[in-house]
Design a protein around this ligand. Structure first.
Ligand SMILES: C[S@@+](CC[C@H](N)C(=O)[O-])C[C@H]1O[C@@H](n2cnc3c(N)ncnc32)[C@H](O)[C@@H]1O
Length: 268
């Protein structure tokens, strides 16, 4: 099955993120080039955070999303990432935010598969595009279990991840129109939604799946490359900074074509 195994070793994945941190500093691109999806993730997660919540943002990178949560909600948020350079940049970012922050924010080094956080301490755990960097399901499960462990009973895990099912459906749509499959990046192993919907240990239960980026993916990964081809060159369909992307990011999400989805899980 194409892309079903992860060609990067765990060491290569770590090196990749170190290079991203060094190369991009505080830019959003340290996390991903597609800024619009990152904005949509914040938009989807924000209403699910309540004033006064204690929140852990695991795999926070340089804190791009973390500080947005803290600037829009009066929460106590702690971001952790296993790359020290990411944490350095996150701290610089938070330091320069000053009075724009409504809540409090702090950052520390931490690995999602062995968090140095106390059990049952958080109302919410946010995990954005982190499990897909863990190589395989057994390690993804370890990450999920750690998120569950640090949540209070009744707490919520807000998980935004790329899925195998979303990715395959999108490529199916592309194939109908003669477009080649989008490959899975070599540092990723997308999440299997069926496993997430099955029985999960750690008291986690999947309560909602939000296809928040479906219209955006169809607009930018199917319609845009076709139009770019019809326009006869000169347009890079992969350029996420175009108005086209901004427009589709504002559309209601129709369908289930988004590679990226939000999963809401509660801890029993
Ligand atoms: C795609 S970025 C996501 C960044 C951030 N969550 C956001 O909203 O933009 C993935 C991040 O996960 C981090 N990461 C990967 N494996 C990790 C692990 N085992 N423990 C902690 N962080 C990890 C990487 O260093 C990187 O900063």
């Amino acid at each position: 099955m194409p892309g079903a195994s992860n060609p990067f070793s765990l060491e290569q994945i770590r090196d990749f993120w170190t290079e991203q941190a060094k190369g991009h500093g505080q830019e959003a691109a340290a996390s991903w080039s597609d800024l619009r999806v990152m904005e949509m993730e914040v938009r989807e997660i924000l209403p699910r955070l309540a004033e006064g919540d204690r929140v852990l943002d695991v795999g926070c990178a340089n804190g791009f999303s973390t500080v947005q949560f803290a600037s829009q909600k009066k929460i106590r948020i702690r971001g952790v990432d296993y790359i020290p350079e990411m944490i350095e940049h996150a701290r610089e970012r938070a330091g320069s935010m000053g009075e724009q922050l409504r809540g409090t924010v702090e950052f520390a080094q931490g690995d999602i598969t062995a968090l140095g956080e106390p059990s049952g301490a958080y109302d919410k755990v946010v995990c954005i595009r982190v499990l897909i960097n863990l190589g395989d399901w057994s390690r993804q499960l370890l990450g999920l279990l750690e998120c569950a462990r640090v949540l209070k009973p009744g707490g919520t895990l807000l998980l935004s991840e790329a899925t195998l099912q979303g990715w395959r459906r999108l490529n199916q749509f592309r194939r109908e129109w003669g477009l080649p499959d989008i490959p899975m990046p070599p540092f990723n192993q997308y999440l299997d939604e069926e496993k997430l919907a099955g029985e999960l240990p750690g008291g986690l239960k999947l309560v909602e799946v939000v296809n928040f980026a479906s219209s955006y993916y169809v607009g930018t990964r199917v319609l845009k490359p076709l139009l770019a081809k019809a326009a006869g060159g000169g347009i890079d369909p992969a350029d996420p900074t175009m108005e086209w992307n901004r427009w589709f990011a504002q559309m209601p999400a129709w369908g289930d074509y988004g590679t990226q989805k939000l999963f809401v899980l509660t801890k029993q």
